[in-house]
Design a protein around this ligand. Structure first.
Ligand code: ADP
Ligand code: MG
Length: 248
């Protein structure tokens, strides 16, 4: 860990992002310190996914600076790979490899990206499968698991890379209601252990209990940023009030 506690782990400064002539991110300024838990919410199309995809360079930004653990995201492939190793990401769709067992899914990136020997990769995989409470599923194929179990596998897979930061993009949106809590519980555990997290989610119970700060986005802008109590009980912006009235 090279970051001192005073320096933010994630810094976005004046970030703009265009898709053609459409501006998806407008002057985004955001700082996240080590161990902070941020929840991002806002209407569909407001730029939430684009913002977090810029953080691990799945999208490149057009203006401004994104600095992760002191390293600025530039076009240098070497720097991008260094940053990607520090940032784990979990998507709405689980994206497990269907032709590989669960444990092999967890070993793959460790072996390919981190060059970790097979036995050690397996040991790490089993460690994180226990953490997400499904070690007994290790030798099954993804199709045999429920959606909630597959998403927990996806979280374990990201953790196998020992990331400094975890990004979640609507991790429970594709799940049947009865499976949402088992995934949120794993995220709550991670938060308690001090993981730095940015979670795009509309699970407002989770936001209220776990987030240090909630960020509300609309039309590519950060409209409001506040602690949960303030955000829910006393939102400042009319746009936030309207959004909350629709989802709560
Ligand atoms: P959210 O995650 O808040 O629903 P997104 O970040 O996915 O929003 O999208 C923000 C806006 O950018 C939307 O209007 C979307 O249509 C547009 N957008 C996202 N990705 C692309 C892309 N690859 N090409 C063109 N437009 C895109
Ligand atoms: Mg999205």
């Amino acid at each position: 860990m090279s970051t001192s506690d005073a320096q933010p782990l994630i810094q976005m400064q004046g970030v703009n992002k265009f898709f053609g002539s459409f501006q998806a991110l407008k002057n985004i300024n955001l700082e996240v310190r080590k161990g902070e838990r941020i929840v991002v919410c806002g209407p569909s199309g407001s730029g939430k996914s684009t913002m977090i995809r810029c953080i691990n360079r799945l999208e490149d930004h057009n203006d401004g600076h994104i600095i992760i653990d002191g390293k600025e995201l530039t076009d240098q492939v070497k720097d991008i790979n260094a940053v990607r190793r520090e940032v784990g990401m979990v998507f709405q769709s689980f994206n497990l490899f269907p032709h590989m067992t669960i444990v092999k899914n967890l070993m793959l990136a460790q072996q390919l990206v981190r060059k970790i020997p097979k036995a050690e990769a397996r040991e790490t995989a089993m460690h994180y499968l226990k953490r997400v409470k499904i070690p007994e599923q290790a030798e099954k194929y993804p199709i045999a698991l429920s959606g909630g179990q597959q998403q927990r596998v996806a979280i374990a897979r990201a953790l196998c890379m020992k990331p400094e930061i975890m990004l979640f993009d609507e991790p429970t949106s594709a799940l049947d209601p009865e499976m949402i809590n088992e995934v949120l519980e794993v995220m709550v555990d991670l938060a308690k252990e001090g993981m730095t997290m940015i979670c795009v989610t509309h699970e407002m119970g989770f936001a209220r209990s776990v987030a240090d700060r909630i960020i509300f986005m609309d039309e590519g802008e950060i409209v409001e940023e506040a602690a949960p109590a303030q955000f829910f009980d006393n939102p400042k912006s009319e746009r936030t009030k309207k959004f909350l009235s629709q989802i709560l």
